[in-house]
Every structure is written in structure tokens, then in C-alpha cells.
Design a protein around this ligand. Structure first.
Ligand code: PAF
Length: 279
């Protein structure tokens, strides 16, 4: 498995290879089984796969979140070693990605970026779009793979690709869950044993909201979800939102012909966790 710190070196290497298609799996490292399912899919569908590992500073609005984000390059490389020559790893320093200023480009995503994560994390999606744009235009992949856990991010990336007319297929990959339903996330490693057990409440509550769908109004479901987390002082509910699956705008009534998703963000012991389900 070859590891590159510079985009130029990786592209120079690719020029010496016969490559039919390139799959890109962008990550911020702290790899878990969920990431590996993306890599597996990319390896099946492409003759060459690039896995990027880069904790992108411009998508963090909170310095302490950036500083405490798990950085585990050695372990990540070990997890990728079994893929051998099937993958190339791009693990750059900040200077290779942001040679001049470490700042975001400016994009316009309208209401897609002002709701939920966008409302809570100032500039987050500008930073995500900047790094994804740089990776897509830097490596020209045939396909790029993203998990649905960051569903709003995925919608923004589809917008980016369409606005900038980038010749890439974005592949949406399902959320991978632990046995108790907690969505796999690099942030889960920061939970204590007790918090890790408590975190199962997030997916259980999402499922409860689905179960209430036929008998209860959205207003009442919102109220029940808030009450569930208010009763448990270890959780702070950031938002719960049932929204149109495409526009991500909150819906007030259930319409069977309008695909919807339920989204949630909570803080548990200082760790911010997000999840979503088809509603
Ligand atoms: O989802 C993530 O891990 C990151 O936001 C991404 C897409 C790798 C960009 O830094």
C-alpha cells in the first residue's frame, strides 16, 4: 500500500499506471468499520482507489473540537494495510491542501446549508465543500463515496458537483450501526463506557419517532423527542427535525408522497453525535 503526503506525487504515480476508473474515499481518519465498507465498495467498483486521510481545519468552527478530533494515522494505515496494492492513501499535511491561506472558498448552497448542522456550525459546509472540491478536482475520480450518516453533507456535495459540473458520480453509502443501533462515528471513541451505553438512546428515539408517525402529529413527535432527552441530564438535544429528504426543510405534516427524514444532533458528555433515518 503506497502512502503519499503530496497530491502531485500521487498524481505523478497514477500517470505511470493503467487506470480504468478511480474511486475516491475522503475521510478524516480515525477509521472504523463504517469507513471500511466505503473502501470495500470503492475497491469493487473501481480499478484504483484513493483513500484520503485529512482532518480538514476549515470545517471546524470550534478550535477545541478540532484539537480533540481523534488523529490516529498509524492505526488508520494498519487498518488499510489488508487492501494492499488495491488502494493508494493520500495523507497530506495542511500545507499540501492549503498552500497559501487555510481558509474556505465561497459557495452558495441556499437553505440547504442554513438548516440543522449549518445553523449550529458556522462555516462548516463551506469548509466541507472546499476540501471535497479540492479533492475532486485534484484527483478527478470517476466515483466518490460518502456515508449517509452525514446526510446534509451528502446533499451539499451533490449540489457542489452539480453547480461546478464536476465529472464524478457521488455514491451514497448507508449508515453502518453498532449492535445497539448507534451510528458508527469516529467521535464514538471519545465516549466513556457509560456514555457509550447511553448513546443507544439516540437511534432508539429515532425509531420511536417513526413508530409514532401514523398516530401522532409532527408537533407532538417533536415534543416527545425533546422530553425524552430533557429527562436525561447527561444529554443536551441540539436539534431534532423531521425534514423533506431533498430540500432538508422541516415539514409540519406527513405526506406519504413526500420522502422525509428525521435528523438528530445531541451532546453527550461533551461529544456531539448526529444521526438520521428515513422517516
Ligand atoms: O465526512 C467527513 O469525514 C468529512 O466531512 C469529509 C467529507 C472527509 C471532508 O473533510
Amino acid at each position: 500500500m503506497k502512502v503519499f503526503k503530496e497530491q502531485l506525487a500521487l498524481n505523478n504515480y497514477l500517470e505511470t499506471q493503467t487506470v480504468d476508473s478511480i474511486g475516491l474515499v475522503p475521510t478524516m481518519g480515525a477509521l472504523h468499520f463504517g469507513h471500511l465498507t466505503l473502501v470495500d465498495k470503492a475497491v469493487k467498483e473501481n480499478s484504483c482507489v484513493i483513500v484520503s486521510i485529512f482532518v480538514n481545519p476549515t470545517q471546524f468552527d470550534d478550535a477545541s473540537d478540532l484539537n480533540t478530533y481523534p488523529k490516529t494515522l498509524e492505526e488508520d494505515l494498519q487498518k488499510l494495510t489488508p487492501y494492499g496494492d488495491k488502494i493508494l492513501v493520500y495523507a497530506p499535511d495542511v500545507k499540501d491542501v492549503y498552500p497559501e491561506t487555510t481558509s474556505s472558498n465561497q459557495y452558495t448552497f441556499g437553505l440547504l446549508e442554513t438548516t440543522m448542522e449549518g445553523a449550529k456550525r458556522d462555516g462548516h459546509f463551506q469548509g466541507v465543500a472546499t476540501i471535497v472540491h479540492k479533492l475532486l478536482s485534484g484527483f478527478n475520480p470517476t466515483r466518490a463515496y460518502f456515508g449517509e450518516k452525514d446526510y446534509q453533507q451528502l446533499c451539499i456535495i451533490h449540489q457542489l458537483v452539480s453547480q461546478k459540473k464536476l465529472p464524478v458520480t457521488i455514491v451514497n453509502c448507508p449508515i453502518i450501526r453498532e449492535k445497539d443501533g448507534l451510528a458508527m462515528s469516529s467521535r464514538n471513541t471519545r465516549l466513556s463506557e457509560k456514555e457509550r451505553a447511553q448513546a443507544a438512546l439516540i437511534y432508539a428515539t429515532l425509531n420511536k419517532s417513526i413508530a409514532l408517525k401514523t398516530s401522532t402529529s409532527i408537533e407532538e413527535i417533536n415534543h416527545i423527542v425533546s422530553a425524552t432527552f430533557n429527562q436525561n441530564p447527561d444529554f443536551i438535544l441540539d436539534y431534532f427535525c423531521i425534514a423533506d429528504a431533498q430540500s432538508l426543510q422541516p415539514i409540519t405534516t406527513i405526506n406519504p408522497s413526500q420522502p422525509a427524514r428525521a435528523f438528530i444532533a445531541v451532546k453527550l458528555g461533551g461529544v456531539r453525535l448526529i444521526d438520521n433515518v428515513n422517516f
